[in-house]
Design a protein around this ligand. Structure first.
Ligand code: NAD
Length: 356
């Protein structure tokens, strides 16, 4: 199969880790007879340096024309004084919006090899962690009106949390479709005891659930969900939630599975075009030192093969290669323990590609 992939290496550790993902994808292409064409796309701080804009028009056009987008990370202190309309992170929000990527999917899975890196007790971890957070990505409070104005002699700030029925309907469908391929259980997280937007959320999710009689649905308030993720993460299969709740809960979910360096994510729209990125940022503190963990990026590429290109066997081959290298005791600095062998970013990428 021939696939065109837009690659946003970005800033900080971005270029180092995307290079490792491409190394692994090249091996997959060779082994499974595919043709992957990479288009390097400028976005983020490096794009500001080169063109003055965090997302040049041409970059967006390349992403829109590609079969999928792979992203390292953008941002860093160098660009912190940019106006908010031209910050590196604004490029990301723009890409998500222009590509219609309304569903953010973050698996939270405990690799047994990294059990020691989790802050949870082994009595909790022994029950396993294997769930997916399905987060609505282009609605809710992040995209509602933000206003600061003067009222009665003081400043008043408001942020509007708004959802339409159709926005809720389409993200709920994604969650139920994913649950159908897993353990067939959706827990929808909201704050329906307080918020109107959550009450509408609950009503629409129940309507969608009626089309999936094979999948069970229950509801949980977001404050309780935050507690339950720490107390008994094994109870979750698919968590369906809105933009801000999902932002917070998915960070919590990544933390309990160990290091931030190993977690991939995907953002999807109506079609097969998606954006795949590790959940961490550009880690400027370790950039250009061959210290970054490339596994989150490599597993993001594996998700791309599965979700966007329908290459399940290829995706599983990458997952197995990662596990094999962790089983053999190789670790980057963020995963190190007394019994492991320390390797750098490039060596980790090479080991995983050779394990394929
Ligand atoms: P960060 O995720 O970049 O770093 C947090 C900590 O985790 C750091 O100590 C870092 O060294 C470590 N870390 C992160 N990824 C690692 C990896 N692969 N291997 C080993 N260690 C890793 O978060 P931050 O420091 O808050 O943000 C740095 C910059 O990244 C900021 O400019 C922020 O806006 C940006 N950011 C970008 C994205 C994105 O591009 N999607 C996401 C979050 C933050």
């Amino acid at each position: 199969m021939r696939k065109e992939i837009a690659v946003i290496s970005g800033d900080g550790i971005g270029p180092e880790i995307t290079a490792q993902a491409i190394k692994v994808l090249d091996k997959i292409a060779h082994k499974f007879q595919h043709n992957f064409i990479y288009h390097q796309v400028l976005a983020g701080g490096c794009a500001i340096d080169a063109t003055g804009s965090c997302l040049p028009k041409e970059s967006l056009e390349i992403c829109l024309k590609s079969d999928s987008v792979l992203l390292g990370a953008v941002g860093g202190p160098k660009w912190d004084n940019q106006p908010s309309s031209n910050r590196p992170e604004t490029a990301l929000l723009q890409i998500r919006k222009e590509l219609g990527l309304f569903a953010n999917i973050r698996p939270a899975q405990l690799l047994p090899q990294l059990k020691d890196a989790s802050p949870l007790k082994s009595s909790i971890l022994d029950k396993g962690i294997d769930f997916v957070v399905v987060r609505e990505l282009i609605g809710g409070i992040y995209f509602g009106e933000h206003r600061t104005r003067e009222q009665n002699g003081e400043l008043l700030a408001t942020d509007i949390m708004a959802y339409t029925q159709s926005q809720i309907h389409r993200i709920a469908k994604v969650a139920f479709e994913i649950a159908r391929k897993r353990r067939k259980n959706v827990i929808s997280v909201d704050k329906a005891n307080v918020l109107d937007s959550s009450r509408l959320w609950r009503k629409v999710v129940e309507e969608v659930a009626a089309q999936y009689p094979d999948v069970s649905l229950s509801h949980m308030y977001v404050d309780n969900a935050a507690m339950q993720i720490c107390k008994d993460p094994s109870q979750f299969d698919v968590i369906l939630t809105e933009n801000m709740f999902g932002d917070i809960l998915s960070d919590e979910a990544s933390m309990i599975t160990g290091t931030i360096g190993t977690i991939p994510s995907s953002s999807l729209g109506e079609g097969t075009l998606g954006l795949y990125e590790p959940i961490h940022g550009s880690a400027p503190d370790i950039a250009n030192q061959d210290k970054a963990n490339p596994i989150g990026m490599i597993l993001s590429a594996a998700l791309m093969l599965d979700y966007s290109f329908g290459m399940k066997a290829e995706s599983q081959a990458i997952q197995k290669a990662v596990e094999k290298i962790l089983d053999a005791g190789y670790r980057t600095g963020d995963m190190m323990d007394a019994h492991s062998k320390l390797v750098g970013t490039q060596a980790m990428g090479t080991l995983i590609s050779e394990a394929l």
